[in-house]
Design a binder for this molecule. Structure first.
Ligand code: PLP
Length: 393
């Protein structure tokens, strides 16, 4: 099924996210929802453009084309979660292949890569992605995939995407460089333009923006990779459901608005915590050791950061005491969120491995929403003051 992007960006991204292109004979002002598993064939000898929703659905097509336009790539496939993206992508590998990846990956990514390492005859190595020379030294002729994430989460480590992608292709032109762009979104970063082969994102986060849909998107400029990825998605049936595609289209219209507000709020909140004396990990602060590298490959620092309190109990009390922030895993929602990664999103990584990778137990992750920044800062201030006095609400 080919539905390659023919559209070029005509306007700025903030305009294009709202301008969804589709056809409807009634002129509906939002894209129609085709909540249908099957489509009638014109006659027994000819199938129409769509026959079965596992293989293709008009609402999903509108979403995929819209995203391809926003990302500026040949093809986007929409699947039912961010983890499904990675599941589809790693099926391009064969036993005997090697994978080079980071050591501060999202916990679910780490879990799936550990599974294929232990069960699929594929060797996966995890290294400090801030050390470009180390990563280069691990890439060899057997390296068939490099899986990168930047900024990592929760430690906000930055990877030099262009240098690593170029080097991997030089050593092995067949090597597929994969980039998880969930933290930056196409608003801040276009990894394909930096030499990456496959860009994927958990659309559950900013692309949808309201924590009411699970989804994932896979983008590529290569027809060969697009066809191979489609084969897997169609075979296993992981394409995004019509209603979820429709909700995703609705969420996408406010992506630029939401993300810009979340990012500007985040800069203020992170600065407040740094001024309070905490060690803050955020590429939007000049104290971040890779501030310049991040700035050189993105349009902004995003809306997630973490900070250390040096005391697990203090961290737990701060989280108990906040009022506006929801205590939940995930990020990218319009609401501000707070979590203790070692007990929540990264609990699937063993304490020993977490320690080895520098993820301290007291690290608090904050994902900033669209609320008033002064209210967010006031809420954190009261939670910290109470926690320092030993109070736990
Ligand atoms: N990548 C990153 C960076 C994530 O944070 C997550 C989920 O938290 C995923 C991928 C997986 O996405 P999903 O939860 O939609 O499967």
């Amino acid at each position: 099924m080919s539905e390659e992007n023919q559209n070029k960006l005509e306007y700025k991204l903030g305009t294009e996210v709202v301008r969804i292109e589709y056809e409807d004979k009634w002129g509906a002002s939002v894209p129609p929802l085709y909540q249908s598993a099957t489509f009638m064939a014109p006659d027994i000898e000819h199938m129409g453009m769509y026959d079965y929703t596992r293989s293709g659905n008009p609402t999903r097509t509108v979403l995929q084309r819209h995203l391809a336009k926003i990302i500026g790539c040949r093809q986007v496939w929409a699947v039912n979660s961010g983890m499904s993206c990675l599941d589809v992508i790693v099926r391009l590998l064969h036993p005997g292949d090697e994978v080079v990846s980071g050591d501060d990956l999202y916990g679910g990514t780490d879990r799936l890569l550990t599974y294929i390492n232990n069960n699929a005859g594929i060797k996966v190595g995890h290294y400090d992605i801030t050390d470009t020379e180390l990563i280069k030294s691990k890439i060899n002729k057997k390296t068939k995939m490099v899986i990168l994430e930047s900024p990592t989460n929760p430690l906000m480590k930055i990877v030099d995407v262009k240098t690593i992608a170029q080097y991997a292709h030089k050593i092995n032109p067949d090597c597929i460089v994969v980039f998880d762009n969930t933290m930056m979104t196409p608003i801040n970063m276009k990894p394909l333009k930096l030499g990456v082969d496959i860009h994927y994102e958990s659309a559950t986060k900013y692309l949808n923006g309201h924590h009411d849909v699970m989804g994932g998107i896979i983008a590529t400029d290569s027809k060969e990779l697009a066809d191979k990825l489609y084969f897997v998605i169609n075979s296993i049936g992981s394409g995004l459901a019509p209603f979820d595609s429709w909700l995703m289209l609705r969420g996408l219209k406010t992506l630029a608005l939401r993300f810009e507000r979340q990012q500007s709020n985040c800069i203020k909140v992170a600065q407040f915590l740094e001024d309070e004396g905490f060690v803050v990990h955020y590429p939007g602060l000049k104290s971040h050791p890779q501030y310049e590298l991040h700035k050189s490959q993105t349009k902004g620092p995003g809306a997630v950061f973490s900070f250390e309190t040096s005391d697990v109990k203090l961290s737990e009390r701060i989280i108990h005491n906040v009022d506006i922030f929801h205590v939940t895993v995930s990020f990218g929602c319009v609401n501000s969120l707070i979590s203790l990664p070692c007990k929540m999103s990264h609990a699937s990584i063993s304490p020993e491995v977490r320690k080895e990778r520098g993820l301290k137990e007291d690290v608090i992750r904050i994902c900033v929403g669209i609320e008033e920044p002064d209210d967010l800062i006031a809420d954190l201030k009261q939670a910290i003051d109470a926690a320092r006095k030993g109070i736990e609400n």
